[in-house]
Design a protein around this ligand. Structure first.
Ligand code: RB5
Length: 149
């Protein structure tokens, strides 16, 4: 599977570590930038990963200082279910119950080891379907309704 990644300057260093970790784990990585510590605006990078994930039915990882701005921006893209997490239980549950397709991590919040553990936990967890499928469908309906306004 190809995993899309991106970061702003606040998450750049973590994104670099994540890219190396994913490649080492056997994933193909599509890196949408940024490519240095120069200040950039996170919504642009969240949109790139969000569009890729939604159209390719893939997974994405976004890093910024807190992970919060990236999650806010990514969730504006139709078809994206982005979750910012900083604990392993949430990382697991947001896949099992929310079928999240974008993981957002905060470089200024997490140590590298914890960030990679959260990533591995998220990737290893599987959507449970069933009653959660109904809720995911309702999220999509909500998205449609808001778009029509
Ligand atoms: C950039 O300074 C910082 O605001 C950004 O990386 C992120 O944390 C926003 O949510």
């Amino acid at each position: 599977m190809e995993i899309a990644i991106a970061a702003d300057h606040g998450g750049f260093q973590l994104k670099e570590k994540i890219r190396a970790h994913l490649i080492e784990s056997g994933y193909t990585v599509k890196d949408f930038g940024c490519y240095s510590l120069e200040s950039v605006d996170f919504p642009e990078y969240a949109a790139k990963v969000g569009h890729f994930v939604a159209t390719e039915n893939s997974l994405g990882v976004l890093c910024c200082g807190t992970g919060i701005g990236m999650s806010m921006a990514a969730n504006k893209i139709k078809g994206v279910r982005a979750a910012v997490v900083s604990d392993a239980f949430s990382a697991m549950m947001t896949r099992r119950h929310n079928n999240s397709n974008v993981l957002c991590l905060g470089e200024r919040v997490l140590g590298d080891s914890l960030a990679l553990l959260l990533l591995d936990t998220w990737l290893a967890a599987e959507f449970e379907g069933g009653r959660h499928m109904t809720r995911i469908a309702k999220l999509a309906e909500l998205e449609e309704r808001e778009e029509d306004k």
